[in-house]
Design a protein around this ligand. Structure first.
Ligand code: ASP
Length: 340
């Protein structure tokens, strides 16, 4: 009996981490940034976005609460947004110049530093699950096109006919941008031309970042890219360090915006690096990159980020960004516009 008492503190210490740690479990999500103005939205549209964001937050958070990992939570939240035609990811993805839907996605585990990504895929229902499979079931980090599709099929993921991704709204957007491009007679074909052809661009990419009760961070992002993209264009989303990044040393980041600028500015990693090497707090690091560095080169968009303490930053330099977070059961916070 005496011996048992002696063992009690040891037993207590070896209880599962869940019961002991005091991590502020946190989940933040985005559904894209851009020229999102209240005057252009009907109350019904606004409500639909808020509801879907809420659903993604609540379901992702439930996983964290039940002791699930940050990776599991972000995948669940992103899948919900991929399955909704409201966002430019999965069903509802934008069209390429050749009237196709080519999807990109990435995921990163802040604990292990492992990452997975797929680019330019056309028949994987939930590209975020393919990114996860690349991370967990292959020796690679990024797979593209037909190879990635073959891998996803072999991994047992749900495959669909490419027509599954068709939505009338996105198809009309392509026609609109093509017309605009023609009328602008842009002959330089460079970055200036790209910028001018997206006067009212709405980036509908989706992403999630989370901190679980084990103190581990994770980030994931999924997108259809940019309307009218050409020649197998790949954006920042599946590029680790540009559109997606997570490290337990610093933070987890998911971006949305004009990918070319985010790639050249290595946005997601830059935020983490400012924290790690310069000691900046999360909010300052995020603002430095989104509101200064990107603004200087006219790179529009935003990010969501979370750190080890459960702090959240969600800066964007566009009119709006679909975004939200949840830190407490039943208290999901959702925002669309700048002033809310
Ligand atoms: N960042 C994405 C891309 O450039 C677009 C978006 O955020 O909607 O592919």
């Amino acid at each position: 009996m005496k011996r048992l008492f002696f063992l009690l503190p040891v037993l207590w210490l070896s209880l599962p981490l869940k019961a002991q740690t005091d991590q502020k479990i946190t989940l933040a999500i985005h559904g894209g940034a851009g020229t999102i103005l209240k005057e252009n939205m009907t109350p019904g549209q606004e409500e639909a976005y808020r509801q879907k964001l809420q659903e993604a937050l609540v379901q992702g958070y439930a996983i964290l609460e039940e002791g699930g990992t940050s990776l599991e939570a972000i995948v669940a939240a992103i899948r919900i947004m991929e399955d909704s035609p409201l966002f430019n990811a999965g069903k509802g993805a934008v069209f390429t110049n050749e009237k196709r839907n080519e999807l990109d996605a990435a995921i990163m585990d802040g604990k292990t530093g492992l990452a997975g990504a797929v680019a330019g895929v056309t028949n994987i229902k939930n590209p975020i699950t393919a990114a996860l499979a690349v991370m967990n079931q292959s020796r690679h980090v990024m797979m593209g096109g037909a190879g990635a599709e073959k891998f996803a099929k072999e991994a047992g993921l749900e495959m669909v006919d490419p027509s599954y991704f068709y939505t009338e709204k996105r198809f009309n957007q392509l026609q609109h941008i093509k017309k605009l491009e023609k009328s602008q007679l842009d002959h330089d074909g460079g970055q200036g031309a790209i910028k001018r052809s997206y006067p009212d661009h709405k980036f509908g990419t989706v992403g999630a970042v989370a901190l679980d009760q084990y103190g581990n961070l994770a980030a994931g992002t999924s997108t259809g890219g940019m309307t009218n993209k050409r020649y197998g264009r790949i954006g920042d989303t599946p590029i680790i360090g540009a559109g997606t990044y997570a490290s337990n040393d610093a933070c987890a980041v998911s971006a949305t915006g004009h990918g070319e600028f985010f790639i050249r500015s290595v946005v997601a990693y830059d935020v983490a690096a400012l924290m790690k090497y310069k000691g900046l707090p999360l909010q300052d690091a995020a603002e430095e990159v989104v509101m200064k560095k990107l603004v200087k080169i006219e790179g529009s968009g935003g990010i969501i980020a979370v750190d080890k303490k459960g702090n959240i930053a969600m800066p964007f330099n566009t009119a709006g960004m679909y975004r939200g977070y949840i830190k407490e059961k039943g208290k999901a916070k959702i925002f669309i516009y700048e002033e809310e």
